[in-house]
Write a protein that binds this ligand. Structure first.
Ligand code: GLU
Length: 493
């Protein structure tokens, strides 16, 4: 029988979408797309105190931005409380679970004794042995109770084949009769999560390694309820360079998906980077289009070893993992310029330097400009900062460039305006023509080419480095170049 592949991403909305969660979502999404299966989004919001509307919105926005599309949902776990309680009742009725009247104090005392004997505490099954009459009497007396699952007795074990970690075996003897419902009637997360996966007919649970410890207990729940057990694939952890688990608490915004969005990452560059953080392919390929990645992805390539996310805390040179940055730069450089265009438009709008003509009569120029300047950029935000001189006339001059390329050579205050006059007289203001004129002037004045060219670069772009000078001149156009070259006089007074 061919079982339908159904996956889920089941975040708890207690904070922002972080890169670990995003990676889990992406793996589920890729596997769903690869197999023609379905991806279900389930918001696990049963912790009413910690779940927030803002977090839900952040998760949805983050997934949409990454391009992780889901086929069903979002479902909200909190809406299925009655179903979770019914499952607990069913387990009681079928004798697979029992009511436990042990009080917190009694349990604490037993835990204390175990501690003294340096033993791990596990519930001793006191209430499992109660007779029906005893249970009835306690209930009649109004004593509160939790519900515990009856873990099978004997030498057996829960055995499953994790698709990443392989065969896992946990002896029944090592699993206590664990609580599935609190004394206030609230089902425990372990139960809700399993009941939801069964209702949503999840075939593969792909989740973080922190779920691995819960899996044997959840399998016992499925078995006790007579439900099919899904397959499991647990993903290794993402650690920081000091091998500490990355977390909101210790890394703050640096691990939030929205941080990457705000700092000028292309969503696909982040997806590509995150996929490789924990998954390897036989060809060690680095760059994938969406279709190529869907084709290449397989659960077998998920690494068991933890991966290192090189968060660059407190390093102004790198805002994040240098590999993520170079991945972004790669896509900025290589992607079709028309696909990059809307992102650049958004950046220019944010910076207040967008002009409608860039999308109309000057669109060809706009695309050519993007293509010229992008080769050195790392972030989308660079288009509005480093790119500003191409789209606006009020741009700053880099301090270092001013000193090194202009002020160091006072004669430039005559040479550059002289060049401006020659440019003004040119018939054709093309890269080739401006180059010819510049070479001519360099010869006439008998100066080093570098002095003129670097001085000119700083005069027209305010920068120390950039793309090829002659292409820059052509892109900026005669009027801007002439004006900017004449304007340098002001720096020397
Ligand atoms: N809501 C859980 C979490 O965010 C999901 C666990 C699971 O995928 O089963 O950690």
């Amino acid at each position: 029988m061919n079982q339908e592949v159904r996956l889920r991403f089941a975040p708890s909305p207690t904070g922002y979408l972080h890169i670990g969660g995003a990676r889990t979502a992406i793996y589920n999404w890729l596997y769903a797309r690869k197999t023609g299966g379905k991806l279900i989004l389930r918001i696990e919001d049963t912790d009413a105190e910690r779940s927030t509307e803002e977090s839900i919105q952040g998760i949805l926005d983050g997934l949409r931005w990454l391009g992780v599309t889901w086929d069903e949902g979002p479902y909200f776990q909190s809406q299925f409380g009655e179903e979770h309680r019914a499952a607990a009742r069913k387990l009681l009725e079928s004798g697979k679970a029992y009511k436990c009247f042990c009080t917190r104090e009694e349990l604490e005392k037993k835990r204390e004794i175990a501690r003294e004997q340096k033993l791990d505490f596990s519930y001793d099954g006191t209430c499992r042995k109660l007779s029906p009459a005893e249970v009835e009497a306690k209930e009649a007396a109004g004593l509160p109770y939790t519900i515990r699952l009856k873990v099978p007795e004997g030498d057996g074990a829960v055995v499953f084949e994790d698709l990443v970690y392989g065969r896992i075996e946990k002896k029944y003897a090592d699993i206590e009769d664990f609580v599935i419902c609190r004394s206030n009637g609230q089902p425990l997360y372990l139960l809700s999560n399993a009941v939801d996966d069964a209702r949503d007919r999840i075939s593969h649970v792909i989740r973080g390694q922190d779920g691995l410890a819960n899996t044997p207990k959840q399998i016992l729940i499925y078995q006790a309820l007579g439900l099919p057990v899904p397959r499991f694939a647990h993903m290794s952890l993402t650690l920081d360079p000091k091998r500490a688990k990355i977390s909101k608490r210790s890394h703050g915004e640096l691990v939030a998906v929205h941080f990457y969005r705000e700092h000028g990452f292309l969503p696909w560059a982040l997806v590509n980077f995150l996929v490789l953080l924990g998954w390897s392919n036989p060809d060690s390929r680095e760059f994938f289009s969406r279709d190529e990645l869907i084709e290449a992805f397989d659960l077998g390539g998920i690494k068991r070893a933890n991966s290192i996310f090189n968060v660059q805390k407190n390093d102004p040179k790198f805002i994040t993992d240098p590999k993520a940055i170079s991945m972004n730069a790669h896509y900025l450089r290589e992607m079709p310029v028309e696909e990059l265009e809307p992102y650049v438009v958004a950046e220019l709008k944010k910076a207040g330097i967008w002009q409608p003509e860039f999308a109309a009569e000057r669109r060809d120029w706009f695309l050519k400009t993007i293509d010229l300047i992008r080769s050195r950029y790392h972030f989308l935000t660079d288009f509005a900062t480093l790119g500003r001189p191409y789209f606006a006339d009020d741009f700053g001059i880099e301090e270092k460039a001013l000193k090194k390329n202009l002020l160091k050579y006072p004669d430039l205050k005559e040479w550059l305006p002289l060049l401006a006059d020659r440019f003004a007289a040119l018939e054709d203001f093309s890269a080739a023509e401006t180059e010819r004129v510049i070479r001519e002037v360099i010869e006439e004045l008998d100066v080093k080419a570098g002095v003129i060219i670097n001085g000119m670069r700083t005069a027209v772009t305010g920068q120390l480095k950039g793309a090829g000078m002659f292409e820059i001149l052509e892109i900026l156009g005669r009027q801007r170049v002439v004006d900017r070259l004449r304007r340098v006089v002001q720096f020397f007074t």
